[in-house]
Design a protein around this ligand. Structure first.
Ligand code: F6P
Length: 366
């Protein structure tokens, strides 16, 4: 039997539900006995811990200790577990201020990796694209609760995060009703309103504010007062962390930027809550769901999508289709060159999906 082909796999960027399922299915598909008889070679699968940081060690002992052989037995139960067993980081080997990509390339060689599967959003995939350009065979799997990755209609973690928000809104409704309060719930999502809008639709929020459409605070207050006149006892307002008032600015938590140049957003919810109290005289509370949205066990859909994406990644490797990202497009699993998805974002299409008068999901679908 010839030398086994070594697949390295890592998860990068913010964690989310569904990552472990994808790792499990890359491993199971690559090591599947039935498929092995149809191939003229065998695979082995090595997990790399902590994303790109795991390939940044200059000490080879540390580098080797930061990997783990993945077998069907190791990953058997992973699909039902949240987070990422491999660990993750926002480490960028091509960081302008400290470019360590030469070490990454040397480490890939040292570990004998023949192909690298990178599970991530646009940051992780931008590194994958550069490594591919530097001669490394790579395949990508899309994940992010923001669902803002261009070129795919689904990214792992999104539906679980929508589910978490919906559950939390259900819980907040009872206390909001008891006290006749307005609750402003701030969601994640960066510059994309998908998470806020879809969670707003799932949970029946009265108002949803998204980054793709700047809101007018006076209109928000008008809607709340109108609702109260119509008999509403309480209100649920969902605000995406990237939403901003007309003429206002995006609210960031601090002035720090990560290795990919992103600010940590957050704080718009508190501002909206204060402006509602001021403009309506109704008691208002703000809840920032923060990382709870990335936690918990994957919903059924993320488990299945992790499975399909994992299997498809190995299908791409079988065909040596390097530099490709597995994607979900028009109801089908397919693939797209990673390079094509970088530099653009998938955003909510306001004219077809958002009601700019009621600040809610569109009432026109067909
Ligand atoms: O990109 C996923 C995401 O959860 C965003 O929605 C959020 O703005 C960001 O990551 C938070 O990042 P961190 O986990 O580094 O605080």
């Amino acid at each position: 039997m010839s030398k086994k082909i070594k697949i390295g796999i890592l998860t990068g960027g913010g964690d989310c539900a569904g990552l472990n399922s994808a790792v499990k299915w890359v491993t199971k598909t690559a090591l599947d006995r039935q498929s092995e008889t149809e191939r003229s070679f065998q695979y082995e699968v090595i997990g790399i811990k902590d994303g790109w940081k795991g390939l940044s060690f200059t000490n080879t002992k540390e580098l080797e200790n930061n990997t783990m052989p993945l077998t069907e037995n190791v990953v058997r139960t992973w699909d039902r577990l949240g987070g990422t067993y491999l660990g993750t980081s926002r480490f960028n080997p091509y960081n302008n201020k400290n470019n360590t990509s030469k070490t990454t390339l040397a480490n890939i060689k040292h570990l004998g990796l023949d192909v690298l599967v990178a599970i991530g959003g646009d940051d992780t995939l931008s590194v994958a694209a550069k490594l591919h350009n530097d001669g490394v065979p790579v395949v990508g799997i899309p994940k992010t609760i923001d669902k803002d990755l261009f070129g795919t209609d689904y990214t792992l973690g999104f539906e679980t995060a929508v589910e978490v928000i919906t559950d939390n809104v259900d819980k907040l409704r009872t206390t909001a009703g008891s006290h006749s309060r307005v609750f402003v719930i701030e969601t994640m999502g960066r510059s994309a309103g998908w998470l806020a809008l879809k969670a707003g639709e799932s949970s029946g929020a009265y108002i949803t504010l998204i980054p793709e459409y700047d809101f007018d605070m006076q209109r928000v207050n008008e809607l709340i007062l109108e609702g109260r006149k119509g008999g509403a006892r309480y209100d649920i307002v969902i605000v995406s962390e990237g939403a901003k008032e007309k003429g206002g600015i995006i609210v960031a938590r601090d002035k720090k930027y990560d290795a990919f140049g992103h600010e940590t957003l957050g704080g718009i919810g508190e501002r909206v809550a204060a402006a509602i109290t001021e403009g309506t005289n109704i008691e208002t509370r703000c809840v920032i769901l923060s990382h709870i949205q990335r936690g918990g066990a994957p919903c059924a859909y993320d488990r299945r999508m992790g499975r399909y994406f994992g299997i498809a990644a190995v299908n791409l490797i079988d065909k040596k289709e390097w530099g490709q990202l597995v994607c979900y497009k028009e109801g089908k699993i397919s693939s797209v060159p990673i390079i094509n998805v970088l530099g653009h974002l998938s955003l909510v299409d306001v004219p077809t999906m958002y009601d700019t008068l009621r600040y809610n999901g569109s009432r026109n679908i067909l």
